[in-house]
Write a protein that binds this ligand. Structure first.
Ligand code: FMN
Length: 183
């Protein structure tokens, strides 16, 4: 089964994107995690473009709908989800009858350099995904002081966190493709 990994941060040295790279390695047998990097290509949501959207939006709809599950990693910007990620959710949720999020299996993690691990952003993202019709699985995974858990090139140093990523992917896999994955 294929899990798309979507980061809410566009910066090259993003800690959240580094966690998703660690999730590629943490994936249990039978689960392929693939980074999806189109968030920054999307225009700001405009309902007038819905029926004939630009290529970046078509790709979002096709790729997200084709995935067996989606793992989001979000930073927290001013107490909530970064605008670019929320924008992607808005595009994916429309048109409602073709929404790439309806019944899609999703999980949310989040990291910050502070003490709270993007908790508010994760809560808001889970709420938006649920309202868009996704099946929000697993618990939140707030990663605090994330810069201390990665090395200078973004490799995960924290074994317990690696294990928690693996368990979250197992939960996603068990719900999304129970027949394919022995967990
Ligand atoms: C515009 C902006 C707003 C931020 N607001 C918050 C915040 O509300 N709460 C928080 O814990 N960290 C906040 N931060 C710090 C981020 O959590 C931190 O920079 C994090 O590492 C960003 O994720 P990234 O490394 O994946 O890019 C903010 C950072 C930026 C750039």
């Amino acid at each position: 089964m294929k899990v798309l990994a979507v980061s809410g941060s566009l910066r090259a040295e993003s800690h959240n994107t580094s966690l998703l790279r660690a999730a590629v390695d943490a994936a249990p047998d039978g689960v392929e995690v693939e980074l999806w990097e189109g968030v920054g290509d999307l225009p700001i949501y405009d309902q007038d473009l819905e029926s004939d959207p630009p290529e970046s939006v078509r790709r979002l709809r096709e790729d997200w709908a084709a995935a067996d599950a989606i793992l989001f990693a979000t930073p927290e910007y001013n107490g909530s989800v970064p605008g670019g990620l929320k924008n992607a959710i808005d595009w994916a949720s429309r048109p409602v009858r073709e929404s790439a999020l309806t019944n899609q299996n999703v999980a949310v993690i989040g990291a910050s350099t502070g003490q709270f691990g993007a908790m508010w952003a994760q809560a808001d993202l889970r709420k938006s995904l649920g309202i868009a019709g996704a099946r929000v699985l697993g618990d939140e995974l707030p990663v605090t002081r994330v810069h201390e858990k990665l090395d200078h090139v973004g490799r995960l140093l924290d074994e317990e966190l690696f294990e928690r990523l693996r368990l979250l992917l197992e939960t996603l896999a068990a719900e999304a493709c129970p027949a394919e994955v022995a967990v």
